[in-house]
Ligand binder design. Structure first.
Ligand code: HEC
Length: 183
């Protein structure tokens, strides 16, 4: 028996006798109806987020990617580039041999690959602006790799600044509170 035939079998007499159709019951049903609707639509929204990933889960994924993976990769460039003042005078942070220069080039290469990962919809959620800002990091990280391969100190330092500004551009766009990335 289908729902339609069920409906057709109900006559007025049955309606007045059915306890669940009585006005008091109907009133209670009406009160509950919005709650039922709300929980149904919440379930649909969760399902619609694709792969069961909620916005909250995406934010968490971004956060741990940034802190555990992405920031250390950028540090691989920044901590090997520049000059610091010490009691003894100015100290260079740049690599001093071929192996160290190669390491910095590898860090830059790693940053390129990680930034491509950051453009994945797991993090980007289809946001074209997000992907465009990340494209900027890729360009500068590729330049940093080339500078390291050329053992060009000034160029590596300048491009390191460009990378930093690209990070900040995204953080400002998505209003990330003053991050710890320079540490
Ligand atoms: C395309 C966007 C985007 C780019 C590019 C980007 N970030 Fe982020 N970053 C974010 C977002 C969004 C958060 C906030 C995550 C959260 O806390 O929910 C964040 C947070 C961080 C955090 C804080 C993580 C924590 O523990 O709360 C660090 C550190 C960080 N980013 C480092 C960097 C560095 C270094 C770069 C550049 C090499 C960079 N980010 C580039 C989007 C970006």
């Amino acid at each position: 028996m289908t729902w339609l035939s069920l409906l057709l079998f109900i006559d007025d007499d049955m309606l007045s006798r059915s306890p669940w159709i009585r006005p008091e019951v109907m009133e209670k049903m009406n009160m509950k109806f919005p709650i039922i609707l709300a929980s149904i639509s919440a379930a649909f929204m969760l399902a619609a987020c694709g792969g069961g990933q909620s916005e909250e889960a995406r934010q968490e994924a971004i956060k741990s990617f940034m802190a555990d993976v992405y920031d250390p990769a950028a540090d691989g460039i920044w901590t090997n580039s520049g000059w610091v003042l010490t009691m003894e005078g100015e100290e260079s942070l740049f690599p001093t041999n071929d192996a160290e220069w190669q390491e910095v080039a590898d860090h830059a290469d790693n940053l390129v690959n990680l930034t491509r990962e950051l453009q994945d919809d797991k993090y980007a959620a289809g946001d074209q602006e997000w992907k465009a800002i990340a494209d900027g990091v890729i360009v500068f990280a590729e330049e940093a790799k080339q500078a390291a391969l050329n053992k060009d100190e000034q160029e590596l330092f300048d491009v390191g600044g460009d990378i930093y500004r690209a990070c900040v551009a995204c953080h400002q766009r998505y209003s990330v509170p003053n991050s710890t990335m320079a540490n």
